[in-house]
Design a protein around this ligand. Structure first.
Ligand code: NAD
Ligand code: DAO
Ligand code: ZN
Ligand code: ZN
Length: 369
């Protein structure tokens, strides 16, 4: 069949809207009509050429929602008409990683997914007879995609695609880091560095679990109002702090944060996030993706004296199990997604979504097919 897609033919070039050939689903796979997709920083990072795993030509996009339109042989958990969110972190429920219960990083299809291929080692997209690669196992910048059944979360049919697509990455990453990675308890004091599409979801996760103090740190003061609406109790602009930022945050949190979150991808900020944690028990969660080759540093004594450094991918969520629950939280009014979707556009204007992100003018742009 044919599918309309925004293709990244080369690094650092605008996406091109073209018609691709798409092969149908094979054993254990489904064909999905993507109805909406968010544009995330990770798409921009890969498009920039800075991602060492970035391959071209490829169909980017990993934050979608849509409908199953066909199932390959052997598919048992999905059927035609199901509303779904594709998962860049699958959940096979049978690999060593899934069975460990210690991680959400299912490895069942990791090797082929990282090479931009389906589990059988082939690509389903072609342009003018030549293969075009998949991306993060999802490729939601195509109107139709083929994905493995284990990488699909089935969601309720009344959830709006143009909102819940954001649960495919940003919402789950932020809220999940609070609930599943850090396991923040009610009454905690927390510091969130970076109040963008991820950090604001960390903030609403902290409010959801009943954190007492939620300090937001951002060099862009225009983020303050929305962060306050989402639950931030104190705002700190590092540019306005006289003296040492870490010392200021330790004082503000009465001895240090119980939990801190890096949502910037800046390794200097990651160090500040660790060192503003409370001696003896403070935990710092790295969510931001740093540039290729970057390294983090601190004095080991920071860890000897009880601070803990952790990372979080997709919020520690097990997608097929947890994503439908987050969709329920949205539909029940427990979390706010609408105010974070600042722009919508048709696929033809997807490059404007990237421009808005680079200019710091959007939280989330969503492409509606
Ligand atoms: P964003 O650009 O919307 O937000 C980043 C924010 O950080 C901005 O508001 C910016 O002003 C602020 N900032 C920049 N430098 C700062 C500094 N020195 N101190 C304080 N604030 C600073 O980005 P986003 O979409 O929220 O993504 C954040 C990071 O999360 C990115 O690195 C992205 O790749 C990563 N990410 C990780 C996962 C995961 O699973 N771990 C998933 C999605 C995205
Ligand atoms: O199992 O090695 C692996 C793959 C981990 C991928 C996790 C991706 C999360 C971080 C990237 C940001 C995604 C938008
Ligand atoms: Zn993302
Ligand atoms: Zn698995």
């Amino acid at each position: 069949m044919k599918t309309r897609a925004a293709v990244a033919f080369a690094a650092n070039k605008p996406l091109e809207i073209v018609e691709l050939d798409l092969d149908g689903p094979r054993e254990g796979e489904v064909l999905i009509e993507v109805k909406a997709t968010g544009i995330c920083h990770t798409d921009a990072y890969t498009l920039s050429g800075a991602d060492p795993e970035g391959l071209f030509p490829a169909v980017l996009g990993h934050e979608g929602a849509g409908v199953v339109v066909d199932c390959g042989p052997g598919v048992s958990s999905l059927r035609k008409g199901d509303h779904v969110i594709p998962l860049y972190t699958p959940e096979c429920r049978e690999c060593e990683y899934c069975l460990s219960r210690k991680t959400n990083l299912c490895q069942k299809i990791r090797t082929t997914q990282g090479r931009g291929l389906m589990p059988d080692g082939s690509s389903r997209f072609r342009f003018e007879g030549k293969p075009v690669l998949h991306y993060m196992g999802t490729s939601t910048f195509s109107n139709y995609i083929v994905v493995p059944e284990i990488a699909v979360a089935k969601i309720r049919p009344d959830a709006p695609f143009d909102k819940v697509c954001y649960i495919g990455c940003g919402v789950t990453t932020g809220i999940g880091a609070v609930i599943w990675t850090a396991k923040v308890e009610a009454g905690a004091r927390a510091v969130v560095f970076g109040l963008g599409g991820i950090g604001l979801n960390v903030i609403q996760g902290l409010r959801l679990v009943g954190a007492e103090q939620i300090v937001g740190v951002d060099v862009n003061p225009s983020k303050k109002d929305l962060a306050t609406k989402f639950g931030m109790t104190h705002f700190v602009n590092p540019k306005e702090v006289e003296g040492d930022l870490v010392a200021h945050l330790v004082e503000l949190t009465k001895g240090g944060a119980d939990y801190s979150f890096d949502c910037t991808g800046n390794v200097n900020v990651m160090r500040q996030a660790l060192e503003c944690c409370h001696k003896g028990w403070g935990q710092s969660i790295i969510i931001g993706v740093a540039p290729a080759g970057a390294e983090i540093a601190t004095r080991p004594f920071q860890l000897v004296t009880g601070r803990v450094w952790k990372g979080s991918a997709f919020g520690g969520a097990r997608g097929r199990t947890d994503v439908p629950r987050i969709v329920d939280w949205y539909m029940d009014g427990k979390i706010n997604i609408d105010d974070l979707i600042t722009h919508t556009m048709p696929l033809e204007r997807i490059n404007e979504g990237f421009d808005l992100m680079h200019e710091g003018k959007s939280i989330r742009s969503v492409v509606i097919y």
